[in-house]
Design a protein around this ligand. Structure first.
Ligand code: MSP
Length: 657
């Protein structure tokens, strides 16, 4: 019998920068599911990758002063590094700039032109470059896209259209006949209502964009980025005739974020039906990760680098935290403190400690050899009953309720620790038979645990398994038996407790050079100015209390230092997106002079890496900056840009804030 297949994909990420925590979360979820199905003996194909075309990428490349291909190549390296760092078991990594992809996208576009599913017309619409998507007035709030909260652009151009309207009824039928098509189920209604409101044909090409896949028969048009991106799920398998396509399609599940559910449950199945290809079995939308209650965002600087986190705490820690703490389908929050607490409790104390205690006792009493069990008492039989959870866990995993699966497994880990405390084997050293049964039962439980946890925390699972002297097994082997044999290797901690890495408080600060472009008096305050500044490609507004000391003309064009990651605040009714740094001594105030820096450039103190995460004014107040020898200093060290130091024309010991 050929094995059952399981094809799972993630969204393909925009490589406009380095990967963020949301990207990491989704890949961890998908990897765990892929590993679970492999553990169940299925033939799994797990795909991830990057979505590299489109206007947003084109613009980001330009801002970085790079050619688009060079720009994405640089960033994709980080996404690939992340797959390794997170211990992902992906079978392939597709890039939409690869010929294996672009060639097929062109062909399928031609095919849809031939069937009349794609036709030429004129598009006039409101486009958000953040989303790479067109919106109607009713999608917007105060004229802005709800995701990026920025103005949309009115665009009119010749365009090809996909006849989405034609598929309205077929999509409704498909969703109604396939209750697992849209998961979690609470997302179904929203999509059904959206379709029932009436689907309009969608524009699927652009003449205003150059960074994309040209339409083969009309190359001044570039294929709309979503119609380029979605087919990655089939181009990677060699659609239309590749062996992998025949073997693995339709996908069992696309794991995507809730923001792109609609693209996957409306547009994508319609394209597939038009091509005569079956839609995927399920689309599962996960929730969003916030950091300390704040949304991840490039503009506000709320960003945590998953590569840095893995470096600090290891892949298993991050995997476990996300899988356990974020309920499937819902949003979740991340803080390092919560990660450390959760992981220390469940991995170091829970699994690690259990193995440590058991292994020590087996070495002490049986020379490391797994003892043969004798008679089972009621307490042992209870443990056996608790150990046989593989089926329940499997059912949860197949319902995509991975956080509940984790809970169930760790309930058993806790049970084992209780059993150990209750049976007190260290008190029965002279009752070898009893001891043998208790320790056998614990080793056997740990063997089962090592199998069950392997998709979630693969590195830890592997360490437990090898310390127990066991070979790799499948899910079907995660049942309590009385015949396990083997010799334990030396007792070694398998998971060291994590500690909060103490960082220099200065690393919280993100200081950058800004050029002052405009200075206006604050409408409601005598001492304040409202400044318009340039931080390289970014424009911001600041409110600064320096009016008594500077005339507007003395400030215009000046290069100064700003705290760029301060939480925006309303100062007397005007928003300030950061803070201008100035020094004060004996009633004289001078702004920091960054004339040697370029607008947007990072201001650093040697040996301290600045972070991106947003800080509050209270955080800032904890950091003491002062002056020495006409320079701005932190802890005696000068604040610097590439070509020099930040100067202040004030005596030593001035207070900078
Ligand atoms: N390129 C498109 C997807 C095309 S799929 C054919 C895209 N890219 S993205 O880089 O913006 O997002 C990639 C995935 O990360 C999406 O599934 C998105 O929902 C997810 N996340 C983005 N931010 C997230 C969080 N803050 N939290 C969790 N996942 C989030 O969309």
């Amino acid at each position: 019998m050929p094995k059952e297949t399981f094809y799972i994909t993630t969204a393909i990420d925009y490589p406009n920068g380095k990967p963020h925590l949301g990207h990491a979360y989704e890949k961890i979820v998908a990897d765990t599911l892929a590993r679970w199905h492999r553990l169940s003996g299925e033939d799994v194909f797990f795909l991830t990758g990057t979505d590299e075309h489109g206007q947003k990428t084109e613009r980001a490349a330009k801002a970085a002063g790079k050619k688009p291909q060079e720009f994405v190549d640089g960033n994709v390296a980080f996404f690939k590094e992340l797959t390794k760092a997170l211990n992902l078991s992906n079978d392939d990594f597709i890039r939409t700039t690869e010929t294996r992809h672009t060639k097929i996208v062109q062909e399928l576009f031609e095919r849809l032109l031939a069937t009349g599913d794609i036709y030429k017309g004129t598009y006039e619409g409101l486009y958000c470059t953040g989303c790479e998507a067109f919106y109607t007035e009713k999608d917007l709030v105060e004229g802005k896209c709800t995701i990026h909260k920025r103005d949309v652009e009115k665009v009119q151009e010749e365009s090809y259209f996909f006849r989405l309207s034609k598929y309205q009824d077929r999509l409704i039928n498909h969703i109604e006949e396939n209750p697992d098509f849209i998961l979690p189920k609470f997302r179904r209604e929203e999509i059904l209502n959206h379709i029932k409101e009436g689907l309009r044909d969608i524009s699927v090409s652009r003449t205003s964009v150059t960074w994309g896949v040209p339409v083969k028969s009309d190359p001044k048009h570039v294929i709309y980025v979503w119609v380029d991106a979605l087919p990655n799920y089939i181009t990677a398998l060699g659609y239309p005739s590749g062996a992998k396509f025949k073997k693995y399609w339709p996908a069992d599940v696309h794991i995507v974020g809730k923001d792109i559910n609609r693209f996957h449950t409306v547009i994508w199945p319609a394209i597939l039906i038009a091509l005569g290809v079956k839609p995927p079995r399920s689309v599962h939308s996960h929730g969003f990760i916030n950091v300390g209650g704040e949304k991840l965002s490039k503009t506000t600087g709320v960003r945590v680098d998953p590569l840095e986190l893995v470096e600090k705490y290891g892949a298993d820690a991050l995997r476990y935290y996300f899988l356990r703490e974020v309920p499937a389908g819902e949003d979740g929050d991340f803080t390092e403190k919560a990660l450390i607490e959760r992981v220390n409790g469940d991995l170091a104390d829970g699994v690690g400690n259990l193995l440590n205690r058991v292994s020590t006792l087996v070495h002490k009493n049986f020379d490391g050899t797994i003892p043969k069990p004798t008679a089972f008492q009621a307490v042992d039989n209870d443990l056996v009953a608790q150990a046989n959870i593989a089926k329940d866990v499997d059912a949860l995993m197949r319902k995509y309720e991975w956080n509940k699966a984790v809970e169930k497994i760790w309930d058993f880990v806790r049970y084992c620790n209780k059993y150990l405390s209750f049976t007190e084997p260290w008190k029965h050293q002279d009752e070898k038979e009893r001891l043998a049964t208790v320790l056998y039962s614990l080793v056997e439980s740990l063997r089962i645990i090592s199998i069950l946890i392997s998709p979630f925390v693969p590195a830890l699972a592997e360490k437990v398994r090898t310390q127990l002297g066991q070979k790799e097994e499948l899910l079907e082997d995660a049942a309590f038996r009385k015949t396990t044999k083997g010799k334990l290797t030396a007792t070694k901690p398998v998971f060291l407790k994590l500690e909060m890495v103490q960082e220099d408080p200065f690393s919280m600060l993100n200081l950058r050079v800004a050029e002052i472009k405009d200075v206006q008096p604050h409408p409601n305050a005598d001492k304040l100015y409202v400044l318009q500044i340039h931080l390289g490609k970014e424009h911001r507004q600041l409110v600064a209390g320096i009016k008594p000391w500077y005339k507007p003309d003395e400030l215009k064009g000046k290069r100064v230092v700003v705290v760029s990651n301060l939480k925006p605040a309303q100062l007397r009714g005007v928003e300030s997106q950061g803070m201008l740094l100035a020094a004060e001594k004996q009633g004289v105030v001078k702004v920091l002079d960054a004339s040697k820096g370029e607008p947007g450039e990072q201001v650093v103190v040697e040996g301290i890496a600045p972070k991106q995460a947003q800080i509050t004014i209270d955080d800032f107040a904890k950091i003491t900056l002062t002056t020495k020898d006409g320079k701005a200093v932190y802890d005696g060290k000068p604040l610097k840009v590439k070509s020099g130091e930040i100067v202040v024309d004030l005596p030593d010991g001035a207070k900078i804030r």
